[in-house]
Design a protein around this ligand. Sequence first.
Ligand SMILES: *Cc1c(COP(=O)(O)O)cnc(C)c1O
Length: 344
Amino acid sequence: MQVNLISDTVTVPSNGMLRSMVEAKVGDDVFKQDPSINHLEQRVADMFGMQRGMFFPSGTMSNQVAVGLHTNPGDQLICDIHTHIYHYEGGGAAANWGVSCSLVEGNRGRLTATQVKENINIKSFYHTPKTKLVCVENTCNRAGGTFYSFKDLKEIKSVCDNYGLGYHLDGARLWNALVETDDHARDYGKIFDTISLCFSKGLGCPIGSILLLDSNKYQDALRLRTRLGGNMRQSGYLAACANYALDHHIESLKNDHIKAKELVGLLSTLSIVGRVEPAETNIVIFSLVDQCNQSNFVDFLDKKGIQILSLGKGRLRIVTHRDYTDEQHKYFIAVLKSLDSKQI
Ligand SMILES: *Cc1c(COP(=O)(O)O)cnc(C)c1O
């Protein structure tokens, strides 16, 4: 059996999703003539009570356009040390917009309002960069799929209001947080200036992200997307996937979370495992005890057809997703239970 748990981006389109592509009505989106894109952009904006949506080929590009919208060269943004915008976007904030990141060590990827406040540079002190933007990530990927309480996000919002800062949400996996909490999409739309959401993670689409924003930022965002080469033509085929995923793939994220929690439960009983972080959604991060060799463990699983990811510095990652079936889950559990610690 082959089991791929390196990321929730490894999913392939379901049959229903493929059919939705074949049936999609498309046009040239650069001329705003793609009905499937127009429908998707409006639909997601409405879900969150925001004015406009803009489709992107990747979440990285969508985040980058958001950073570009809120800042000028020389400005600074505030984010947690684990943030995708800082870590995994090829230095884009610096290279694309001349923006530096003030890095804060939050609680497993989560900032508090006090931490944000403490890191805002004083406006009149012209030696320091101007603080312009706060970026939060929900759920936080590198910290292990953790999510914020909405109350904490609202408190950060009031700091942003008091200091005139933009507030961006990297919600690549916000869908996971929404099914795991009682939070409402519309409440998110009320407090953030921009929200980026991915369809290509747990929702199972091959490609696609969306940036939600106010109408008055729309033209600027279009120009920045153009500058990054993100305009596409008959992208309605991709919008059809996203529409299909919104209709059919959100509720089942809960199953991914249940499986992740079961894996945490099992891993914490294994003698080779040192530390397991609690799974809040679909990401499990753990490390082995010092006596065990990490690459032996990864190779052992690989020989059994199971792929997991090493994040470096002794951290291992498992991500559950919609193509990780109940059968695969049973198999993985059986392999872990059969493990002889002397082999590792
Ligand atoms: C995956 C991801 C993105 C965007 O990634 P792309 O691969 O560019 O679509 C952004 N933020 C977070 C937290 C992510 O996990």
